[in-house]
Design a protein around this ligand. Structure first.
Ligand code: HEC
Ligand code: HEC
Length: 326
């Protein structure tokens, strides 16, 4: 059967939109995109440097075994390749560790959005039994014995080394960890920065409706959505042998409202090709698997394998390089 007319019907409005954009200013065409390039930001470099030192400092964990970097690996897009991270005293976490990169630009922190600022996350991980299992009294007790660190904090903060300045230094470093990618270059007008196939993948990402949830500067990270918007993801997962956990309740654990059951922060897709396994429950081992799950449970539709493969190609253009803080 010749399906050309259906094809024309589906793509007609999109092509008309493109023609209009071409007729207008090129800069306007970029501003119209549902995805946006990383913003230029300025940081206090002394605070960034202090935060960088503390990011790999194991004195935060009660038994001296783990640092932030243990679960936010720079070789894995700022995330943890293990389905569950291992904290102090071998404690196993409840969810997969997400990427630290670009996370300062997310509207909320953590999978369920329970925390609003990077500083708040640090306060939480210090005390969390599955992360550092410590307290500020214990952490500051160790850090204040370090003369060089005390001196350098005094140089950067009028208050010197305190819980607040430690949180601010690490959070400032975290905010500086941004990874411009080939896709940012394309958004900024470099038409050769992505290939024709990758561009088709981006068009599919928009056409099938991924952008309805994964949008803005971080290709996600700015709205809440139910995991299983159009199908019972959790029921099917339990049937496959991965039981329900408290963490699966998502934003419900924050608000206790039935409407928020299984609602999660839509994660950023920046560097997603590097951050396997996928989802808060680490249930998808590969990016291809994750995209299949999204089609089934978030969009409720199927797509030709070739269209999905192009989307995966597009997602690879979001792998970036850490930019030195300015
Ligand atoms: C033992 C492993 C582990 C350590 C150590 C650890 N984290 Fe995490 N981190 C996680 C896990 C797991 C999550 C997801 C928790 C959740 O969403 O409930 C997470 C989430 C985060 C997030 C949220 C990102 C987002 O986009 O939602 C930030 C930011 C973060 N960690 C920063 C840090 C910093 C800074 C440190 C050190 C002070 C640190 N982490 C130490 C495992 C760890
Ligand atoms: C209705 C909203 C919605 C739509 C549409 C949607 N997603 Fe998602 N996406 C989510 C949510 C929510 C999660 C987090 C689920 C979880 O782990 O709890 C997610 C997670 C992901 C992840 C895993 C990220 C990670 O770090 O683990 C990938 C990859 C992804 N989506 C890609 C896509 C693609 C590609 C499409 C289009 C085919 C799409 N999404 C459509 C809401 C959506």
């Amino acid at each position: 059967m010749d399906n050309t007319p259906r094809f024309r019907f589906r793509f007609g409005p999109l092509l008309a939109g493109c023609a209009l954009a071409v007729a207008g200013a090129a800069a306007l065409a970029q501003a119209d995109e549902p995805l946006q390039p990383l913003p230029e930001q300025k940081f206090d470099l002394r605070k960034v440097a202090l935060g960088e030192r503390l990011f790999s400092d194991k004195r935060f964990s009660t038994d001296g075994t783990v640092a932030c970097i243990s679960c936010h690996s720079f070789q894995h897009g700022g995330a943890d390749p293990r389905p569950r991270s291992i904290g102090a005293r071998g404690a196993v976490g409840a969810v997969n560790s997400p990427s630290i990169f670009n996370s300062g630009l997310n509207f909320r922190q953590l999978w369920n959005g329970a925390v609003t600022t990077p500083e708040g996350v640090i306060d939480r991980v210090v005390k969390s039994p599955t992360v550092f299992n410590s307290s500020w009294a214990e952490v500051l007790g160790k850090l204040t014995q370090d003369g060089a660190l005390v001196r350098d904090f005094a140089g950067a903060y009028p208050s010197g080394l305190t819980a607040a300045s430690v949180m601010n230094a690490i959070a400032t470093y975290q905010r500086s960890l941004v990874t411009p990618s080939r896709f940012d270059a394309w958004l900024l007008g470099d038409k050769g920065a992505i290939t024709a196939d990758e561009k088709k993948g981006y068009d599919n990402f928009k056409k099938y409706g991924c952008v309805a949830c994964h949008q803005g500067i971080n290709v996600g990270g700015n709205v809440f959505q139910k995991f299983g918007a159009v199908g019972d993801y959790f029921k099917d997962r339990v049937a496959r042998g991965q039981p329900m956990t408290d963490a699966d309740k998502g934003y419900f654990n924050v608000t206790r409202l039935e409407d928020d059951m299984h609602v999660f922060k839509v994660p950023s897709l920046r560097n997603v090709a590097l951050t396997a396994p996928y989802f808060h429950d680490a249930s998808a081992a590969t990016l291809e698997d994750a995209v299949d799950v999204m089609f089934k449970y978030q969009l409720g539709r199927t797509a030709p394998a070739a269209d999905k493969a192009l989307i995966v190609k597009f997602l690879h253009t979001l792998s970036g390089t850490l930019k030195a803080a300015q």
